[in-house]
Design a protein around this ligand. Structure first.
Ligand code: ZN
Length: 176
């Protein structure tokens, strides 16, 4: 499972203030967390609220995806294609798996992302259903920003299910 080491631009851009114990990317604070912490939280929510866990985790992450995409669009002035590339690059560099955009259909308002080596799937272990709710939520948030409408969609393949990658199809909600 060992791959080639590469230079990580994100890590190079983080600033560290030792006296505050603060990692930041421009003005946004960052923390390093193990994916096991997220997955443990997910499993505990799942134990208490098995019907709601997917929505809770997905909706929680939507805001982050929407914020990230709107920053690239509004602050950096990127066109939609470049927003998607930048989001994929940023998430990959954040250690969320190797993300790529498989399809972007802007008129039909549908996006397909592929993620190899999702840390969430790796830590979660075998599952009969897709479990990368946090990734799904971030990508729905990206779709919300780009299409300027509520978004829907799901993880149609997941490494936790034994698929060779995680694949996400997100779109604007009809009538939304
Ligand atoms: Zn997955």
């Amino acid at each position: 499972m060992s791959g080639e080491e590469a230079i990580n631009q994100l890590l190079g851009s983080l600033t560290y203030e030792a006296e505050r114990g603060a990692l930041s990317l421009s003005t946004a604070r960052y923390v390093m967390l193990s994916p096991a912490l997220f997955v443990e939280l997910q499993k505990r929510v799942e134990a208490h609220l098995p019907q709601q866990v997917a929505n809770i985790m997905t909706e929680t992450a939507e805001g982050d995806g929407a914020f990230l995409a709107s920053r690239y669009r509004d602050v950096f002035g990127y066109p939609p294609e470049q927003v998607l590339t930048a989001v994929s690059y940023m998430l990959s560099e954040s250690g969320w798996g190797a993300m790529s955009v498989e399809m972007a259909h802007f008129e039909g308002e549908e996006l397909v992302f592929k993620v190899l080596d999702s840390p969430f799937a790796e830590v979660y272990g075998p599952s009969i259903q897709p479990i990368c709710y946090t990734l799904l939520g971030v990508l729905r948030g990206v779709a919300m920003t780009l299409f300027d409408k509520p978004a829907e969609g799901g993880e149609v393949q997941c490494a936790a299910k034994g698929d060779d990658c995680c694949r996400f199809v997100v779109s604007s909600k009809p009538g939304g």
